[in-house]
Design a protein around this ligand. Structure first.
Ligand code: UDP
Ligand code: MG
Length: 336
């Protein structure tokens, strides 16, 4: 059997040689063929050169290099598009996902599971803040979005070929892989994982990026925010109506009417605030529909190693010709 290991890498030049060494040490003794498929997500730290060097020495190391940074999820998408294995593992390039787990993941694959997910039981090196936000995130995902989303399962997973073929059908722009896997309802096994700290470099997920991912997760899988704003609207309107009854009673019966600018302004702010929130949510969904309707490529491949050029065509993906200078963002100015 052939195992594909899909590895998105963004500015990981310092981790890649160690990762390749560890992967070889883990996979060589196993009775299988393997390919290591790296997706260089527009790195600017020399990762591309490191990968090219390894690829020229070993046919099993394959590289897709994006023309710019398209993001982690797009890199995973292209990895799944090009992986040829009977089983495909997606893992990070920074050695936070320990390769020693691969044999037990493969065992579960042989037992017939379509997805084998590594569940983080301990997070070494993650800050308290990251742990807390991650916990909050999974709680929110399960209660609000889809209870089938397994907590503490990241993108370190093994997929059977069937699962990969299914996942390839999803060509949406805003994607949250974990949500797609939950949505498909595949037969899933869980292995515990002690997440290590990064081998080198620092995390690419800033707080803002995590919030964006969480928002994509919510609104790509449910219209809950839209409905929520509707519910809040009803509650507020009911409250306003109650307040109106109280104000009328005060004016007509007790006749103790305070010239209440304060409450008036308060209510105005409240309702305008709500209207703007609701409009913003509708606007966000609309923007997503707009972006999907453009049907742009999900990623652009600017270079590749050990992959036949005539096998590169994929739906909603673009490939640049090879004669151009390949370095992302390399701009040359010539004297006139
Ligand atoms: N990554 C990527 N493109 C990006 C950001 C990250 O391909 O725009 C890769 C990165 O190289 C790593 C994986 O995605 O292999 C996870 O990223 P990171 O380690 O920064 O996230 P964390 O582990 O802190 O959640
Ligand atoms: Mg990491």
């Amino acid at each position: 059997m052939l195992l594909s290991v899909v590895i998105p890498a963004y500015n990981e030049a310092l981790s890649l040689p160690e990762l390749i060494t560890v992967l070889r040490r883990t996979l060589d003794p196993l009775e299988l063929d393997y390919e290591l498929l790296f997706i260089d997500d527009g790195s600017r730290d020399g990762s591309r050169e490191v990968l090219r060097r390894f690829a020229s020495a070993d046919q099993r190391i394959k590289v897709l290099a994006f023309s710019r940074n398209f993001g982690h999820q797009a890199a995973i998408t292209s990895g799944l598009d090009f992986a040829e294995g009977d089983a495909v593992v997606v893992m990070d390039a920074d050695l936070q996902d320990p390769p020693d787990l691969l044999p037990s993941m493969l065992d579960l694959f042989h037992e017939g599971y379509d997805v084998v997910s590594a569940q983080r039981v301990r997070r070494e090196g993650d800050t308290l803040f990251k742990r807390m936000t991650a916990r909050g995130f999974y709680w929110f995902m399960q209660t609000m979005v889809d209870k089938r989303i397994v907590p503490e399962v990241g993108d370190f997973r093994l997929f059977s070929r069937e699962a990969v073929l299914l996942l390839r059908n999803f060509r949406e722009q805003h994607r949250f892989m974990r949500g797609l896997v939950a949505w498909l309802g595949l037969k899933e096994a869980i292995v515990p994982l002690e997440r290590l700290s990064r081998h080198a470099g620092k995390t690419n997920y800033s707080l803002l990026r995590m919030v964006k991912l969480a928002w994509t997760a919510v609104c790509s899988f449910s219209a809950l925010p839209l409905r929520l704003s509707l519910a809040v609207g009803f509650v507020l309107s009911a409250g306003a109506f109650g307040y109106f009854v109280f104000a009328a009673y005060a004016a007509l019966v007790t006749k103790r009417v305070v010239p209440g600018w304060t409450s008036l302004v308060f209510l105005l702010c409240l309702f305008f605030g709500f209207i703007f929130i609701a409009l913003g949510m509708i606007g966000d969904y609309l923007a997503r529909i707009y972006e999907e309707s453009k049907g742009r490529p999900l990623y652009v491949i600017g270079g590749f190693d050990n992959i036949a050029a005539d096998t590169l065509a994929r739906p909603r993906a673009a490939v640049l010709a090879q004669r151009r200078p390949e370095k992302p963002g390399a701009k040359v100015t010539r004297e006139p």
